[in-house]
Write a protein that binds this ligand. Structure first.
Ligand code: PLP
Length: 470
């Protein structure tokens, strides 16, 4: 593809993107294909000769698009949003053209220095204290992994990195029963062993019960284990419940634990001062992860890992092969030592584009709207004879179910599952579920920057209408 062809194709592709975003609500939200449908459309062997770009793109439209679930649709209410804005898409386009690798300062000083500045902007926007620093990671899972490795190395005086676990105490990690499964995966791959992840019970609002944490630690101490790390959730995945960070912080300090906070989703609400009650106790925290790629309108991937003792993180990860040494190493940040990978995408560019093109006030207005509309819908659900809320609304996630007040629990579970499947098969909206105290729970969350109240109102009407056919 020469420069002229690139220009022509790129222009038509931007037109395609603009049309797509304008018309995205017209597609079935959940892809309606069956397993194997897309793969069967793609030849089993690769092409030997070049193909015209028009042909490739035609195939993209006809063979790939049917297998797309439309995360950009305002009728996408599933999981958590991964909603992007147009400014972010443009940032990604330039990132892709530059192809920057930001592993050391020298490989693109702008990538390092813009990232430093964006971490400061985000720290201030979220209302964090000045003693936090950090870097942009791919995902929250990686951020939590960083925290576990740093805690492990600090506690073992960096000996596990050298000698392995042999002769070391049996470390224990604590998280609530509602914590995201990334802690389970990370505990395994960081070498602690899943048996050493202690799940702490939650209260009626699905938040960790601090007294149960203290009991678990006391029991572990008596049994000869070494308590090391506790994870607190600032917004769980199931219900966006907020663990009592201040009480967990006291316990962490008393037992000298590394205290990590998972604010992957709900962290976005901290840009509004009125939601900072969720971060009470954050001054006692060692590290925190927050994903602007969920609810701050930045393309996946973009996850912020904040840490207080960055020296410990760097010491745990640092390896400098000869070819990466530079004369400036004492003067600059080399972000390769702040995460697992060597290569680094230039993620700060899209963050910069978005923060500047929205401005803090507009971002706050959008987040507030999402939360207010969810609270209004919560009132409707509470006053309905046929539905009930199953957890409080902390931010913009609604956890509820159909309940005809005459069926038993087993029947209600089956009815709610049927309702969700029918709604999703209609292609009109896409919602997902969780199980709360054994109850099949519908989860509905609207977090797209262009979401309007009417999209939620229409979704609620559709849910009620479909429920009549149960
Ligand atoms: N933590 C919470 C609370 C989440 O909801 C999720 C994903 O939804 C994660 C962590 C994992 O996020 P990531 O895909 O960035 O690793």
């Amino acid at each position: 593809m020469d420069s002229n062809e690139f220009r022509k194709n790129a222009h038509s592709m931007v037109d395609w993107m603009a049309d797509y975003l304008e018309n995205v609500a017209q597609y079935p939200v959940l892809s309606q294909v069956r397993p194997g449908d897309i793969k069967n459309e793609i030849p089993a062997t690769f092409p030997d000769k070049p193909e015209a770009f028009d042909e490739i793109f035609k195939d993209f439209e006809h063979k790939i698009m049917p297998g797309i679930t439309h995360w950009e649709s305002p009728n996408f209410f599933a999981y958590f949003p991964a909603s992007k804005s147009k400014a972010s898409i443009l940032g990604e386009m330039i990132t892709s053209a530059l192809g920057t690798q930001g592993m050391v300062w020298l490989t693109s000083p702008a990538a390092t220095e813009l990232e430093e500045r964006m971490m400061d902007w985000m720290r201030d926007l979220l209302g964090l204290a000045n003693d936090w620093t950090g870097s942009i990671q791919d995902t929250a899972s990686t951020g939590t992994f960083n925290a576990l490795i740093t805690a492990r190395e600090k506690a073992s005086k960096y000996q596990i990195n050298r000698k392995g676990f042999s002769g070391m105490p049996q470390y224990r990690i604590y998280a609530s029963e509602q914590a995201h499964s990334s802690i389970d995966k990370n505990v395994k791959i960081a070498g602690f062993g899943s048996d050493n992840l202690v799940k702490i019970p939650v209260d009626e609002n699905f938040a960790m019960i601090p007294e149960k944490l203290e009991n678990a630690i006391q029991n572990d101490l008596k049994a000869g284990f070494k308590p090391l790390f506790v994870l607190g959730a600032l917004g769980t995945t199931g219900t966006t419940a907020v663990d009592p960070l201040d009480k967990i912080g006291d316990i962490a300090q008393k037992h000298n634990l590394w205290f990590h906070v998972d604010a992957a989703y709900s962290g976005a609400a901290l840009i509004c001062p009125e939601f900072r009650w969720m971060s009470t106790g954050l001054q006692m925290v060692d590290s925190m992860v927050f994903n602007p790629h969920k609810w701050l309108f930045i393309n996946f991937d973009c996850s912020l890992y904040f840490v207080k003792d960055s020296e410990a993180l760097i010491k745990a990860y640092s390896i400098t092969p000869e070819y990466l040494k530079t004369d400036l190493d004492n003067e600059v940040k080399n972000y390769r030592d702040w995460h697992i990978q060597l290569g680094r995408r230039f993620r700060s560019l899209k963050l910069w584009f978005v923060l500047r093109s929205f401005g803090a006030e507009q971002l706050r207005t959008i987040i507030r709207n999402h939360i207010n509309w969810a609270k209004e819908l919560e009132k409707e659900i509470k006053s309905s004879d046929d539905f009930e809320m199953l957890s409080p609304v902390y931010v913009n996630l609604l956890c509820f179910r159909f309940n005809d007040r005459k069926s038993d629990e087993e029947e209600l579970n089956a009815m709610n599952e049927k309702l969700m499947k029918k709604l999703n098969a209609s292609g009109k909206i896409f919602i997902t579920h969780t199980k709360l105290n054994g109850k099949f729970t519908l989860r509905l969350v609207g977090g797209h920057p262009e979401l309007k109240k009417e999209h939620l109102v229409n979704a609620w009407e559709l849910i009620q209408e479909f429920s009549k056919e149960l």
